[in-house]
Design a protein around this ligand. Structure first.
Ligand code: UDX
Length: 432
């Protein structure tokens, strides 16, 4: 099938590469000329395991093309996915101006040959109606099109696998032709498909993301009860997760959730609900718990260091989660900011995010070449991302390098008993 994917960010690039890998002819479009030029040279704008190989393979085979020319690409395609960014405005409301701009450009090439315009970006419920309206008023009379919604559930770090092996495929459609065309396109995935109306499809995405974020906030609240009672949150989570109705995933207590999806989608959903006349207090509280969690990490460090002034904290892990270099809305940024305000000095190391860290962090933050370099002369080791390589650290060596043997394990990566035996003052989240 001939496909255009507009927006070559995380979702767009992965969508384009995967569809091409399945044998479709795909145009990946972006209005960022530099990004498109780099992609043509095989340079990825993001780090995502397996993406570079897949892009290169399909680009060389001629199935994947990169262009800034949205109109030509759309004209040649049957299915046009819109995967552009919907960044938050200061109010939390998502900015849908890129979606509108793309829609208007697509509208100008619509004619009697049938096309489906599919929302892939995370958008508020009822955006589909706006897209349809915009296409109608900006296109010729004979324009033959449908609008559909196909929300994406991929996670950074495992995006290709999530795209190729989804738990479910959600198709929000309004016509038989849209349903049949999209079912044919998604047939090779051999995954369960739920076909519904467009509004329900849009809501499935926001409801799923906010439910997962709330699940993490729930276990973080339980962790706080564990801290007060001496119970172990990892055991509580294990016991809860064995109940199939609850499930064990997304029950890892820690420093809170971050990244470019959960915080943004949560705020957007709260905002949309308010606009629709519903005060979604449940989500507001889940969001507040997440904000509080970062302060709890600071208080836990304070209980070992007393004053921050003149002390150095070695931060291990900046990416909002392992296997990505993405630090957008990462918990690490807020925590580092709070520590700096308290007067602490900061040294940081992350296996993949150092380049982005250099651009984002205060110039006083010392960028280190590895965990040992960060630990050298520091008063506390603070782990904020559970990178697999951090499980292999030589704590004997770290203890010699640190000024004080203090570990704040904000992702519950280590066995407290082992570190205590080595002579560390260990603090985790919801366990001792
Ligand atoms: C999320 C959704 O999982 C995905 O379906 C959607 O398409 C996009 O948003 P992503 O943001 O890539 O994906 O990351 P995810 O793995 O969901 O983690 C989000 C945040 O939650 C991270 O900061 C992570 O550290 C945190 N988290 C996750 C926890 O604190 N505890 C957990 O148990 C799981």
């Amino acid at each position: 099938m001939k496909i255009t994917v507009v927006g070559s960010g995380y979702v767009g690039l992965v969508t384009g590469a995967c569809f091409a890998d399945l044998g479709n002819d795909v145009f990946c479009v972006d209005n960022d000329k530099a990004k498109i030029a780099s992609l043509k040279k095989g340079i990825m704008p993001i780090f995502e395991p397996g993406l570079e190989e897949m892009v290169l393979r399909n680009y060389k085979a001629g199935r994947l093309k990169f262009t800034t020319d949205i109109k030509t690409a759309a004209k040649k395609s049957t299915v046009i996915f819109i995967a552009v960014g919907t960044p938050p405005k200061p109010s939390g409301e998502p900015d849908l101006s890129s979606i509108e701009a793309v829609t208007r450009q697509v509208a100008s090439v619509l004619d009697s040959s049938y096309k489906i315009i599919v929302e892939k970006s995370t958008v508020p419920v009822e955006t589909g109606e706006w897209v349809k309206y915009t296409l109608s008023i900006n296109s010729k009379k004979k324009a033959n099109f449908d609008v559909a919604s196909n929300p994406e559930f991929l996670r950074e770090g495992s995006a290709i696998n999530d795209f190729m092996h989804p738990d479910r495929i959600v198709l929000g459609v309004e016509s038989r032709s849209a349903k049949e065309t999209l079912l044919a396109l998604f047939e090779p995935f051999k995954a369960p498909v739920i076909v519904t109306d467009i509004k329900s499809a849009e809501l499935i995405k926001h409801a799923s993301n906010s439910f997962l974020a709330a699940k993490i906030s729930f276990i973080n609240a339980i962790a706080n009860i564990c801290d007060k009672t001496g119970a172990d949150v990892t055991k509580v989570a294990e016991g809860m997760g064995m109940d199939k109705r609850i499930g064990k995933s997304f029950l890892n207590a820690g420093a809170g959730w971050g990244g470019f999806c959960f915080p943004k989608d949560m705020l957007a959903f709260i905002h949309i609900s308010e606009k629709l006349g519903y005060d979604f207090k449940f989500l507001k509280e889940a969001y507040n718990i997440n904000e509080e969690q970062k302060k709890i990490v600071i208080e836990k460090i304070r209980s070992s260091l007393w004053n921050f002034h003149g002390k150095t904290v070695a931060v291990l892990g900046l990416a909002f989660k392992p296997n990505t270099d993405d630090i957008r809305l990462a918990v690490s940024l807020d925590i580092i900011d709070m520590l700096l305000k308290e007067g602490a000095k900061i040294k940081v190391y992350d296996p993949k995010a150092m380049k982005k860290a250099k651009e984002a962090l205060d110039s006083s933050v010392v960028l280190c070449k590895d965990a040992y370099d960060a630990a050298k002369g520091s008063d506390c080791l603070l782990v904020l991302t559970e990178w697999p390589e951090f499980t292999e650290l030589d704590f004997g060596k770290l203890k010699k390098l640190l000024r004080l043997p203090i570990v704040m394990d904000a992702r519950n990566m280590y066995d407290p008993a082992v570190l205590k035996k080595l002579g560390f003052k260990y603090t985790g989240i919801g366990r001792r």
